[in-house]
Design a protein around this ligand. Sequence first.
Ligand code: TYM
Length: 379
Amino acid sequence: MAETKVTPWEVSGKVDYDKLTKQFGTKIINDDLRRRLARLASEQNILLERGVYFSHRDLDLILADHESKKGFFLYTGRGPSGPMHIGHLLPMVFTKWLQDRFGVNLYVQITDDEKFLLNRERELADVDKIANDNILDIAALGFDPNKTFIFKDTQYMRNMYPIALRVARQINLSQVRATFGFESSTNVGMAFFPAIEIIPTMFEKKRCLIPAAIDQDPFWRLQRDIAEGLGFHKAAQIHGKFLPPLTGAEGKMSASQPETAIYLSDDPKTVRNKIMKYAFSGGQESIELHRKLGGNINVDVSYAWLRDFFEQDPKKLKKIGQDYTSGKMLTGELKGILVDKVNSFLEQHRANREKAKEHVDSFMHGGALAQRMWKTVHN
Ligand code: TYM
């Protein structure tokens, strides 16, 4: 079996999440913490209930800061490498829920610098186009315009540079090499980049909570080593699992293999074709055998996507699981359910994205939060 690798830039091999939490030194979200979060949020969230958001650091301290009215803020981001797929949207959807339930500020970093440094084929103008397109997908989720600031690194860097310098002076080459696996051929821009992804954790003097999939964790390990020395809090995290590639392949969805992912821009026909043709099935080879032996929901990717996100109703999910396992439901029917769910989600998303075109500016530089925050950091 191929070796498992999880870094911010590469996920390969079979991801064993228990092992990863041990390796990264994070904690599993136990039932008590999950219940406490739901109680304070006055609502359950299926990404938490179903274990998609499964690991954390200092989430208990975030909740304590909320209870004591000290408050906290949220930070997440996106690296504009191409069109966004459904996996990229999950942390944003979860972040939106946290903002709604706790009424807190949110910073969304668009790392156009990172994606330029990583891809020699692209000019800054190409990355900028992708970034603007991604920002519309993010704005479409309807974050609170008064409490949300979405920014591109290349545009906002002038304001961030003083913190970046303070952060960068604390990190040496052997640390970034050990944390990210950089080699002597890595360009110096990437060697500096970790400082840049760390900056937004220091946008406020409150504790910062970062919802993201677990691949981003190496940045936060570094942040936690240096934050207190600079007068800021160690950043807290809530880590998500990856939405599995449609094909059932190992690793995560890959932009270079479009059949592994559903993009937010995929039209209904493309969605149907991809799921019908590529979604890895836990069904049997023939209908007779399937009726007799039933399907395997532990390996079926359509079922996994329904469980992780698309079938929010626990009763319906249970019935689908039972019918598929008993052989009453065939693979084609299961896939059909997923096709309908994905298409209605995307239809709504497309409509929200159109509307977002009118108000996207309120999240960017002229945004209310952009103006308020800078005073907080530099007082
Ligand atoms: P990026 O653009 O690679 O990923 C954006 C967000 O999506 C998560 N993610 C996934 N979640 C579920 N299933 C998947 N298959 C999947 N693939 C990716 C990522 O963990 C991330 O949360 N350098 C970052 C941008 C960034 C950032 C941040 C991300 C800057 N600051 C703070 C999170 C938090 C990047 O390139 O992410």
